[in-house]
Design a binder for this molecule. Sequence first.
Ligand SMILES: [Zn+2]
Length: 156
Amino acid sequence: MNEMIPFYERFRELAFREMRSVTIRGERDLPDGEYGFLELYCGDPHCDCRRVIIDVVTPTTGSKIWATINYGWESLEFYAKWMGNKELARTCYGATLDMLNPQTQYSSALLELFKSVLQDRAYVERLKRHYWLFKSDLRAKRKAAIRSSGKARRRR
Ligand SMILES: [Zn+2]
């Protein structure tokens, strides 16, 4: 899998302004607190994987990751075609716990919380917008790097 990069590393202000969080009070499955869904996107400019990794964090525990969630908004067929493998496609499609990354005893409850947030179509559209923004920025930077190395060569 490609390296996943936090959205805030490239779009700091936007990332924090548009990060979704949910405040929990008196729920049976989760300690009270504010849970933030930090977005990470894949760092390969040529990879069109159309997914986000969500690190669930809360201000009181800093960088501790409470759950790692994969969310792929395209159809299962899209990921099957993309990956050439229907079983692997299931790890990308929809909202699932990413078992290669940190989880806690609260992961299942946090996955359910995230799924409830996905009912808000505007949030899903926001994630897609962030993905395209992130990818086009990667591609632009890659192009600029190639262009400047070309110039350097010509100068010699
Ligand atoms: Zn990718």
